[in-house]
Write a protein that binds this ligand. Sequence first.
Ligand SMILES: Nc1ncnc2c1ncn2[C@@H]1O[C@H](COP(=O)(O)OP(=O)(O)O)[C@@H](O)[C@H]1O
Ligand SMILES: [Mg+2]
Length: 283
Amino acid sequence: MSKFQKEPTKLVPVPSTNKIPERDVDKSPILEARHLGIDFGGLTAVNDFNMAIGRTEIAGLIGPNGAGKTTVFNLLTKVYQPTRGTILLDGHDTAGKTTVQVNKMGIARTFQNIRLFSNLSVEDNVKIGLHNHIGYGLFSGLLRLPNYWKEEKIAHERALELLSIFDMQDLANAKAGSLPYGAQRRLEIVRALATNPSLLLLDEPAAGMNPSETAELMENIVKIRDTFQIAVLLIEHDMSLVMGICEGIAVLNFGQIIAKGTPDEIQNDPEVIKAYLGSGKGE
Ligand SMILES: Nc1ncnc2c1ncn2[C@@H]1O[C@H](COP(=O)(O)OP(=O)(O)O)[C@@H](O)[C@H]1O
Ligand SMILES: [Mg+2]
């Protein structure tokens, strides 16, 4: 059993037959994907993807490179419109919505390859995330109206508070691009959190981190879930992280889910072992 959870999570079905943690079942899932799919020309990158995530669940999406994991994130965040299927966010159909709209509806993400404004300060990168949710308009900013200064003070304090999750408040004035790699990855998570999500998508958050950074990241993901009472869906190859903190896990192979379940169920699934886990670490 992982040191992060006192006892294994029991997954129970919601009406669609997707499963979520028992403790979340009195509320509808924060996310439900039904029969989701996308084709790129002749290539079916994702097909018949079904998944539900509980309000406070840490869920995992794993599988070999090229399986379609990042494409699922791109579908959930409307970088691509799905060819098939439905995405319900907090019970609302996101069909036809844009990336900005679904962010405002509560979905935020980080990228497999870091995307920060590397010439801006750490604090400004977080403020870009805050921008959506604090009403400091461009107009009052340009004219430096009184409202601007009031909002600017709120944004400054909120940015420092969010940075303190990762103990990064002292780096607020550093240039984002000057931070070590691991700190840049943490900053991306802070920036995503600044948009006040109810579901946080993390694409390979431990990539390039050493084992002690990864262990710290695991603790922090759990801390984020506990503090903000939000759901997290993460893509990750580091099995110590996935099996240590994820509750429901889906395994993708060639765009199809080949298994879903708890860490125990996934680790003992013959098809998963054959397609992914058996090859060592799944790289
Ligand atoms: N915009 C796109 N156009 C064409 N093919 C794409 C596009 N995005 C992803 N793919 C293809 O979809 C498949 C899944 O890619 P991806 O989701 O990045 O995999 P993973 O994140 O699991 O490694 C790959 O074959 C990839 O080349
Ligand atoms: Mg990927």
